[in-house]
Design a protein around this ligand. Structure first.
Ligand code: PEP
Ligand code: MN
Length: 357
């Protein structure tokens, strides 16, 4: 046999071993999937460090070379990691908020029977950071209604960073918001802080709102699952997209399918914007979930001077709408004065996105 023939022969042995390894890996993956299902039934965690340590120890004992133990362990750790990823991917595919088909989408219809979120319309949700007075709400609502906005912020409970800052008007604020919304034929969305407020707020709000700081309040999320009104859920300050979708899953799996996701920027090292708007995250959410996604161009930026480009980005991103804070006199606003748009600025923002219509 020539050296050349021998090389060919050895290489064909390697090819055949590759195929055997591939078959074994696939066989292993299928068994791992079965284990994943059983663990789900048992309600157990997929990642089991003790079991991994035991498998590595057995491999080490059985290893007769030529690979050193460290190499064998590194290779198998990689197999374990891939298996766990497969189990987790399958667990996610089962959750209700996960998109199952390419054209699946949740379309939420508001009580007028025509206004939708997640349908063909790009919805604008706008209004002041907080309800401050009847006059403030009335002036804002008149301007918003003139531009066709149907959903107004009627925030009466403000989760402020400092307990010494304005905390919202409470129920009187909701009364003002309801009165004004009725006058202009608009729907109210308002932030709920605690599940004890549900019954009272049902009288005033059309869409419940869970703020970033409450995204993982599972008791509140579950309670909103039992409510017959849509829920806007904001992404937490440092929540991954997976955590965000699992938070939505709490509401949906508790019986309320009408959840709207809002990307509101995440904390990064950047200082020139209040948060970093994760527009890639918006695209991923649209891909992974059938729920409507809205872009908050106010809290993500923390400044009003980039509202127009952010609104255009939101419009072009495939999101189902945008959320923007509008106040008749932003410099004197009781909260988020730096980011709220004046009415002329809001009109300019609407003009900036009109080109997409
Ligand atoms: C808000 O939109 O009113 C708000 C408080 O924002 P976030 O919860 O995203 O901080
Ligand atoms: Mn605000």
């Amino acid at each position: 046999m020539t050296a050349h023939d021998q090389l060919q022969e050895l290489r064909s042995q390697i090819d055949s071993i590759n195929m055997q390894l591939l078959n074994l890996l696939s066989q292993r993956a299928r068994i791992v999937t079965e284990i994943g299902k059983t663990l789900d039934e048992l309600g157990s965690q997929h990642y089991d460090p003790a079991r991994e340590a035991q498998m590595l120890q057995e491999l080490e004992q059985a290893n007769k070379g030529p690979f050193p133990n460290e190499t064998i362990k590194a290779l198998f750790r990689e197999i374990f990691r891939a298996s766990l990823a497969l189990e987790e991917q399958q667990a996610r595919a089962k959750i209700k908020v996960q998109r199952k088909t390419l054209d699946e989408r949740t379309i939420i219809t508001l009580p007028d029977g025509v206004t939708t979120i997640g349908g063909s319309e790009f919805q604008i949700i706008a209004g002041p950071c907080a309800v401050e007075s009847y006059e403030q709400m009335d002036e804002t609502a008149a301007a918003l209604a003139a531009r066709g906005v149907k959903i107004i912020r009627g925030m009466a409970y403000k989760p402020r960073t400092s307990p010494y800052e304005f905390q919202g008007l409470g129920e009187p604020g909701l009364q003002i918001a309801r009165q004004v919304a009725n006058k202009y034929g608009m729907f109210i969305t308002s932030e709920i802080m605690d599940k004890s407020q549900i019954d009272m707020m049902l009288d005033y709000v059309d869409i419940f709102w869970v703020g970033a700081r409450n995204m993982q309040n599972s008791f509140l999320l579950r309670a909103l699952g039992a409510v017959n009104k849509p829920v806007i859920l904001k992404r937490g300050l440092a929540a991954t997209l997976e955590e965000f979708l699992y938070a939505a899953e709490y509401i949906v799996s508790s019986g309320n399918p009408n959840v709207i996701l809002i990307e509101r920027g995440i904390r990064t090292f950047e200082k020139w914007t209040r948060n970093t708007l994760d527009i890639g995250g918006v695209a991923v959410l649209k891909l992974e979930s059938h729920l409507p996604v809205v872009v908050d161009i106010s809290h993500s930026a923390g400044r009003r001077d980039i509202a127009n480009p952010l609104a255009r980005v939101a419009r072009a991103s495939g999101a189902d709408g945008l959320m923007v804070e509008v106040h008749p006199n932003p410099p004197v606003a009781m909260s988020d004065a730096k980011q709220q748009l004046s009415i002329p600025e809001f009109n300019a923002m609407m003009d900036a996105i009109a080109a997409f219509a």
